[in-house]
Design a protein around this ligand. Structure first.
Ligand code: ADP
Ligand code: ASP
Ligand code: MG
Length: 446
């Protein structure tokens, strides 16, 4: 059995859905097909909810656009014999969504729960539409079997509850050839709708592949494989034909958007290979992510976390730095490039909570001036160069610095070894694309 995942880039239009249909129909073994919302829809749902929350009545027009887009896609891809029943289901959800937007507009309030509810409609609708394209497909709704619970204020997978529900659901579907599953969405212990985080459909697919012992997890997207850099930034980025799980994890953790980072863990544990394939060019081999050492010394790629903040304890006395790192780590906040003396980076999504925690941790020190202040630099990016295995050269750090210097790109936080195979540094966000291009041409293209 296989798990195939098609992202928003693959399910965005009637034309792209024809490619999806052909790929799924060509499968010779039973498969689970995980789908994202129509491309760009999740961003649009969030923007519409945010407009409604500030009293911007244009939310109604935006909802109408969402409605029209689904109507067009649904009527283009659904066989006539099923169209009316399928459109009934989709338009029921669209009407419900309209009511949710109206409630947000009247309340002038967008809570975490209402935002999670709003974004869930994307995958709920796309999965109904994709199911309708196949004569013999069943729909298995993730809201019934992916459970989350809170961990340091974030919704994370509730492994035990999900394992049990997945087994129950898929036992009943044992003889089904094609099962369509909405990615990304889940429920919490109080049955409220949650999700696995942006890009989370990859993770849904990996959870199912691991729980159901799939032979392979295929991630179908819009590029020919995992590449040495984001091809939208580097024209001559090259395909990496094979990666170990650890190498893929390193590139993804440092921002390679092609796979959502938590995706690797469930399949890594079961040693189930991941193959990254191009929906629009299925003949291309793609990238195989699997176990095992690859005995070359290549540099693999450049990844970047575009929204990074650098937190510095200004004029802090000794010993306080360790407390900063411990407090953040103890609350589940990952620190990027800690310098061992006074500063560390955090992701944009964590910075607000990190600041609150540090103001609490150092309340006395700030009053008594043992710390002058906590400085937070904005608009920075972390850029990382990842090598195979532990093959980082002794001079890589200084070579990276001089490459950036020689192109006049200011380095805000000096390069340092971030792991046995990665060197990272911070640059101003507006220099990020150029920094990636320079590093790629210095270390990879040459
Ligand atoms: P999907 O909708 O299929 O989930 P995503 O937009 O999440 O697609 O991921 C695919 C995109 O990831 C590609 O279009 C590419 O621009 C971007 N990307 C970033 N880094 C890389 C990389 N190292 N290799 C390939 N693609 C990358
Ligand atoms: N639709 C969700 C998002 O845009 C999940 C996904 O596409 O993987 O983040
Ligand atoms: Mg994605």
């Amino acid at each position: 059995m296989k798990v195939l995942k098609f992202g928003g880039t693959s399910v965005g239009t009637p034309e792209s859905l024809q490619y999806v249909q052909a790929i799924v129909n060509s499968q010779t073994e039973p498969c689970i097909v995980v789908v994202s919302a129509l491309g760009g829809l999740t961003d649009k749902l969030i923007a519409t909810a945010e407009a409604a929350a500030v009293g911007d009545a244009s939310y109604e027009e935006r909802h109408q656009e969402i409605y029209d887009r689904h109507k067009k896609v649904c009527s283009s891809v659904t066989p006539k014999s099923r169209l009316s029943s399928v459109w009934n289901k989709v338009s029921f959800l669209l009407d419900e969504l309209s009511a949710v937007f109206k409630a947000i507009y009247l309340l002038r309030e967008l809570t975490e729960h209402s935002k999670d509810l709003v974004v869930s409609y994307g995958e709920r609708m796309s999965s109904i539409i994709v199911t309708s394209m196949f004569d013999n497909a069943s729909l298995a709704n993730s809201l019934e079997f992916i459970r989350t619970h809170k961990h340091f204020g974030k919704n994370v997978l509730d492994q035990d509850a999900s394992t049990k529900l997945i087994k129950e659901t898929f036992n009943k579907l044992r003889n089904t050839r094609i099962t369509i599953v909405p990615g990304f969405i889940s429920r919490d212990q109080s049955e409220r709708i949650t999700n696995l985080g942006r890009g989370g459909s990859d993770y849904t697919a990996a959870i199912l592949a691991a729980e159901l012992n799939a032979d392979v997890l295929e991630i179908w997207t819009d590029v020919d494989g995992f590449m040495s850099a984001d091809p939208r930034i580097v024209d001559n980025a090259r395909i990496i034909d094979r990666l170990s799980f650890v190498e893929a994890m390193e590139l993804c953790n440092f921002g390679a958007k092609v796979v959502y980072p938590p995706t690797i863990y469930p399949v890594f544990h079961k040693n189930i290979p991941i193959i990254i394939k191009n929906t629009f060019n299925p003949k291309a081999e793609g990238t195989r992510i699997c176990d095992g050492e690859i005995l070359t010394t290549d540099i693999l790629g450049v990844s970047a976390i575009s929204d990074t903040h650098l937190i510095t304890l200004k004029n802090a006395k000794n010993g306080l730095y360790e407390r900063m790192i411990n407090r953040l780590a103890g609350q589940g906040i990952e620190t990027l490039m800690p310098d061992g003396r006074k500063c560390c980076g955090v992701r944009g999504s964590d910075v607000k909570r990190a600041e609150e925690l540090l103001r609490d941790e150092f309340a006395q020190e700030l009053i008594h001036n043992t710390i002058e202040h906590i400085a937070i630099s904005e608009k920075l990016s972390t850029v990382a160069l990842v090598c195979r295995g532990n093959q980082l050269g002794v001079d890589t750090t200084s070579e990276l610095l001089s490459a950036l210097n020689s192109h006049g790109i200011p380095v805000v936080h000096a390069p340092q070894q971030a792991s046995p195979c990665t060197v990272a540094c911070m640059v101003n966000a507006n220099n990020l694309s150029e920094a990636i291009q320079v590093i790629h041409s210095t270390f990879i293209h040459n």
